[in-house]
Design a protein around this ligand. Structure first.
Ligand code: NAP
Ligand code: MG
Length: 456
């Protein structure tokens, strides 16, 4: 049977929010063909005009931040505070890259017998495949620089969370972006996503999602030497040394892992604590966890909402069997919705799946370490290397450990990983390539070298 529509469910209430038509392979091919035609004119739009259109898109998003945020609360169960930040992030990323078309400089390289110039040429149609955990920001990190560089974009949202992406596509048209420059195509990963990977006229894939699906995407892209950026999973460490501001480290540790109900590729889901302060740290952590507000995500006071789906709830639950070493837990509402309380595991077997695997839920393991070498060794265990935090007052140690941890995004005495003006991406199996920051356009262009003879 061919399933042609999908019922979007509010994860806080289990009520149906909307029914969305799903694209099939023929729809995908048609969208790519339109995007390919649109590319011929979009690439020729003067740099300043392309920048102006992206700024106008940013302004229209800004005027709809509250609407987009409310939509994300209903579709994804995000807290309203987070959802406002997420919509604002789309605006900010568009604004940041709106300056890029006029700064997409090539070089003039000294050579014999002529002049040598380089150009950063757009690729063509870019396929963007996003997950359900941060539907708006992850989409914006790809489509804003891709459009700025002169590409057209076909974006496939996750089946669970298509609504804000669909609304952003309408807002792009309202802002004056030409038709077919930015297309959002809801559909299944195995249908629309797969077709974007295989389609010969899609010149680049930006994939964010699980490492498992990402490997298949990479293999599919290899067939056509298609450019690919992968943003995959993580199992990031929050490393707390004995000399740190323990009160601050403990007070901020819950939001570093329970934000977005732990459904965050940067979640610090392993807290590594120096053994001499391990008990003290747990004492400080407990009130921060039990006081973490898990409630109706539309309330301004909410710090955490539900998990995205029943399926995700089941997956997370499997990491906390009845005999799990739960040190303490926060609370969660009863009744409908995919609620899971913040859960702290300690002491826990370092080989337990909850310590070694990405859970993508509000579960954290607190593990002791002996010294600096031990901390770096433990932080580097496993296949991932996305982000992490280091808490210490010793600047030399902060830098040594930052250099020692194999991860793309580290923060010292802070848990924040993402700024649109700085590069973001993974080491090891957490990904390939970088998004955001000043160089993002280079992954949406190919460098061309032109030699012009000047000899008579
Ligand atoms: P997922 O199952 O890998 O899905 C991600 C996207 O890929 C969805 O849009 C999905 O579509 C699509 N897809 C599925 N099968 C596909 C195929 N064969 N070909 C092409 N596309 C396909 O991941 P998820 O469960 O949605 O998200 C959770 C994972 O994403 C976690 O592992 C997390 O760490 C990772 N993540 C990483 C980052 C980062 O920046 N590094 C950010 C956020 C999330 P459907 O859902 O419609 O099937
Ligand atoms: Mg999936």
């Amino acid at each position: 049977m061919n399933i042609t529509s999908y019922d979007v469910v509010n994860p806080a209430t289990e009520e149906i929010v909307d029914t969305v038509a799903l694209a099939d392979v023929a729809d995908t091919d048609a969208a790519v063909a339109r995007a390919r035609r649109a590319f011929q004119s979009w690439r020729k739009v003067a740099p300043a005009d392309r920048g102006r259109l992206l700024r106008r898109f940013a302004e229209v998003v800004d005027a709809h931040v509250e609407e987009l945020a409310r939509l994300e609360v209903r579709n994804a169960g995000h807290t309203i505070g987070n959802a406002r930040w997420e919509a604002g992030n789309v605006r900010d990323v568009l604004t940041y890259y709106s300056a890029a078309p006029e700064r997409l400089f090539g070089r003039q390289i000294p050579v014999a017998g002529g002049v040598d110039l380089t150009f950063h040429e757009p690729l063509g149609v870019v396929g963007v495949i996003v997950p359900w955990n941060f539907p708006m920001p992850i989409a914006g990190w790809a489509f804003a620089p891709a459009l700025a560089a002169g590409n057209t974009v076909v974006l496939k949202p996750a089946e669970l969370t298509p609504l804000t992406a669909m609304r952003l596509a309408q807002l792009a048209l309202e802002a004056g972006l030409p038709e077919d420059v930015f297309t959002v195509l809801p559909g299944k990963g195995s249908v629309v996503g797969q077709r974007l990977v295989e389609h010969p006229d899609v010149r680049k894939i930006v994939f964010t999602g699980s490492t498992q699906v990402g490997k298949g995407v990479m293999a599919g892209c290899a067939d056509r030497v298609k450019r690919v950026t992968l943003e995959l999973g993580g199992k990031s460490a929050n490393v707390v040394f004995a000399d740190a501001d323990l009160e601050k480290a403990a007070a901020s540790a819950p939001s570093a892992v329970f934000d977005n109900a732990g459904q965050d590729c940067c979640a610090r889901s392993r807290i590594l604590v120096q053994r001499s302060v391990y008990d003290r740290f747990l004492e400080l952590l407990e009130p921060a966890v039990t006081g973490f507000r898990v409630e109706d995500p539309s309330l301004d006071t909410a710090q955490m909402g539900p998990l995205i789906s029943r399926g995700q709830w089941d997956r997370v639950r499997a990491y906390v069997p009845d005999d799990a070493p739960v040190a303490f837990r926060g609370s969660a509402p009863d009744g409908p919705g995919f609620w899971f309380p913040p859960t702290v595991l300690a002491p826990v077997d370092p080989k337990a799946p909850a310590v070694t695997e990405e859970i993508f839920g509000p579960v954290v393991a607190v593990v002791p370490f002996a010294d600096e070498d031990d901390a770096v060794r433990m932080a580097n265990e496993g296949e991932y290397g996305l982000s992490g935090s280091i808490w210490t007052r010793d600047l030399g140690r902060a830098l040594r450990v930052s250099r020692g941890i194999e991860a793309g995004n580290l923060s010292v005495n802070s848990n924040s990983s993402v700024r649109y003006s700085t590069p973001f991406g993974g080491f090891k199996q957490s990904g390939l390539g970088r998004e955001l920051g000043p160089d993002a356009l280079h992954s949406f262009t190919d460098e061309k070298n032109v030699f012009i003879a000047t000899e008579e």
